[in-house]
Design a protein. Sequence first.
Length: 222
Amino acid sequence: MSLKRDSAGKPLVVNSQSKAPQEEAQASATDDAIDKQLLERFVQGDRAAFNQLVTRHKERIYSFIYFQIGQKQADAEDLTQDVFIELYKQAENYRGESKFTTYLFAISRNLMLNYFRSHKRRFSDQTDSISQEQLEPGNAQQLSKQLVSDECPLEQTINDNMQKKVASAIDQLKPEERQLLLLTDREGFSYEQIGQILSIKVGTVRSRLNAARNRLLDFLKS
């Protein structure tokens, strides 16, 4: 998958051809090995290697931050730059025990926590409604995946009214709840990886994710 932005700065998602699970795992392992090699080269003094890391991951980090902070383009660009500045400073601290992307998203998470501490959230009004069947408690996981996944990004949901409804509902979630939904349903991290990114236990990831999905449904119902 590659991520690009339109003229308004919104991330555009281009899905690559689907692969079998084994092929995806092999590709992920290869990508992680490349990332680790590039970071090691940078630590040893190769600045070009760092530039390659930025090129490989900047759009993905931008997309994650953009939706996390309420689709604010300028702030998302600034925070994305800050993430790689922090990576530049912390490169020697990476020990390779986790995937490189897990480490990078942990940096992103910490910077966004600082962002939310210093910015007041503004929420837009909710209008219209989603079908009652979709709002049944048993559909919480399926609906949240549909709303925030790459396969059905917010800007492509059924119609403009639903888009406003969904964006408003996600915007009203607590920052940590929004992070969980995006890390799980958009970025595809495992519970174990999310636990490493957020510094919490796997069981806590599961319980908080379930609560976040149910709160999303509650906002959509209101």
